[in-house]
Every structure is written in structure tokens, then in C-alpha cells.
Write a protein that binds this ligand. Structure first.
Ligand code: ZN
Length: 295
């Protein structure tokens, strides 16, 4: 097999890239107890984590992200895992890399801290960026291809994460995604796609986009607004499979792989270069996206 090119080079080539689907949804189906951090299974059930990446790769994903959405210090400390931060992030990369081999890219997944930054909260920008840098350093040591910052709703926290990632891994591209899950097409902290795009262009972030959110129509609208604000940017779409709904004691998501394929067509029209999927999606959704992208 030919050695793969750098992720940014690949992003410029056709067809667009297919990314991974949901982690939580997959792991809950495997029996992850509600309330347990998926990161716990990096230590306890590494085969399940590796198998998850493999399932998405088998379904057509050309890039995966590490199971480290909550592997920043505040979240790990909350779960009693603070002293294993470096180990958890490094092992997460190792598990993804084992499944990915040489042909599939591995992004280091970074999620929100779960704490508010000033002025709404007490966390300073500098402290937040230090926390992100700590995780990014461990992901970098593990050997990721890019940093994948997602599900942010506060633009300041996003900027802190980008600053931390760049400080810890100056040689790696940064992908940045916000969740436009609030009213009026904004994040629940009130950030509009245009504001986000403007900030990302100013920071010269390598690629950016929308993830999670409310559902497919909202995500297509958000990415459309990003495209209007940034005609030449490398955009990413990673929509959820609708909002979760309880059926008895089971959480279900209603968006079908066929509907995801329909949305993929809309994202392609907007020139999206990386199409993945978020909460509620499964390898069947990834397969549907890959069918459209490569069809
Ligand atoms: Zn999600």
C-alpha cells in the first residue's frame, strides 16, 4: 500500500474524506454503563475500543478520532482518573492507530471541559488553554495526525483549545467544530456560524465545521452559513442522528442511514471535505455516507 499523504494534502483531493461515527452510541450498545466515561474502557476494555474503530473503518471511514472526548483533566479528575491522563490519551491513540494502520488518519479528539470560562464561569483563558495543552501533548506523544476539537459552544473555549493544541503540537493541523444546538441556528452559548467562521479564518485554522447539534436540517443550515462566511475554507460536517429520545429505558435516535445519505448529498453540494457523523450514528450511517461520497 502507498504511504498516505498528509491529512491536509488528502483533504484537497477527491473524493472528500469519510470520517467516523458516534463513540458513545457504539459503546452503550456494547454495555458501557450510563454515567461511566468511555475513557474508562480504554483501560478496562481496550478490545472494544479498538473494535469500534475497526467497525467504522470497515464501513468506509478514512479517518477516525481517538476515544478521548472527555480526557481533559477536569473531566478525568471527576471520574477519579486524573492521575492517568497521559496514559489514557496515549493508549487511546495506540488503539485507534492499531485499527487504522497506515491507510487511515487518526485525529486526537478534544471536547469541552464541562466548566465555564470567564466571565460566565471562573476558569481563565490561560488556565483553560493549559488544560487543553496537557491533553494535546499526550495525544501528540501518542502520534495523532491532527487535533480534532469538537462540540464546542463557547467561542472563547474553542480559542483556548486551539491555543493549547498549537502550543503542545505546533506541527499538527487543527480541525475545529462547534455544535449549533441552540436557538436561531446558534450554539447554546449564542455563537453564530458566521462569528465562528470569522474567528477561524482569523486564526487560520486548517479546517472547521459543525458537529452534533440538533439534527440534519439544522446541521446542513449551519454548514451552509459557514460556507457563506468562508467560501474557500475546508469545511467539516459531523451531524448527529437527531436528538435522543427515551423508549422505555432505551435511548433511541431516529435518523436513518438513508436520511444521513440524503444529508451527505447536501454537504457535498456545499463543498464539505470531511463528512463524519455524531451522536446516535452507527457504522450503518458511515456506510451510507461513504456510498454517497464515493458513489
Ligand atoms: Zn454528538
Amino acid at each position: 500500500m502507498m504511504p498516505k499523504s498528509g491529512i491536509l494534502e488528502r483533504l484537497n483531493q477527491d473524493p472528500p474524506m469519510v470520517g467516523e461515527g458516534a463513540h458513545g452510541t457504539f459503546l452503550y450498545a456494547e454495555g458501557l454503563p450510563a454515567g461511566m466515561l468511555p475513557e474508562q474502557w480504554i483501560l478496562e476494555k481496550p478490545d472494544v475500543i479498538r473494535g469500534m474503530h475497526q467497525s467504522y473503518i470497515d464501513a468506509g471511514a478514512e479517518s477516525v478520532i481517538t476515544c478521548t472526548f472527555g480526557a481533559t483533566r477536569p473531566r478525568l479528575a471527576h471520574a477519579g482518573l486524573g492521575d492517568r491522563l497521559a496514559e489514557i490519551n496515549r493508549r487511546a491513540v495506540e488503539l485507534a492507530r492499531t485499527a487504522a494502520g497506515d491507510a487511515v488518519y487518526v485525529g486526537g479528539d478534544i471536547g469541552p471541559l464541562g466548566e465555564l470560562l470567564e466571565p460566565l464561569g471562573t476558569l481563565t483563558f490561560e488556565d483553560a488553554s493549559d488544560i487543553f495543552a496537557e491533553q494535546a501533548a499526550a495525544l501528540h506523544t501518542g502520534g495523532v495526525d491532527m487535533m480534532f476539537i469538537e462540540t464546542m459552544t463557547d467561542l472563547n473555549e474553542m480559542k483556548a483549545a486551539i491555543a493549547g493544541a498549537r502550543r503542545a503540537a505546533p506541527d499538527l493541523p487543527v480541525f475545529a467544530l462547534m455544535s449549533f444546538d441552540g436557538g436561531g441556528g446558534r450554539t447554546n452559548m449564542g455563537v453564530s456560524p458566521a462569528q465562528f467562521a470569522g474567528a477561524m479564518l482569523e486564526l487560520k485554522v486548517d479546517a472547521f465545521g459543525a458537529n452534533c447539534g440538533r439534527g440534519l436540517p439544522e446541521n446542513v443550515a449551519a454548514v451552509g452559513a459557514l460556507r457563506d462566511a468562508a467560501p474557500d475554507a475546508q469545511l467539516i460536517a459531523k451531524p448527529n442522528a437527531g436528538l435522543p429520545r427515551l423508549e422505555g429505558d432505551r435511548t433511541v435516535f431516529d435518523t436513518t442511514p438513508e436520511e444521513m445519505a440524503e444529508a451527505a448529498r447536501a454537504f457535498l453540494k456545499l463543498g464539505v471535505r470531511l463528512l463524519a457523523s455524531c451522536c446516535g450514528s452507527t457504522p450503518a450511517h458511515t456506510r451510507a455516507i461513504a456510498g454517497v461520497v464515493r458513489g
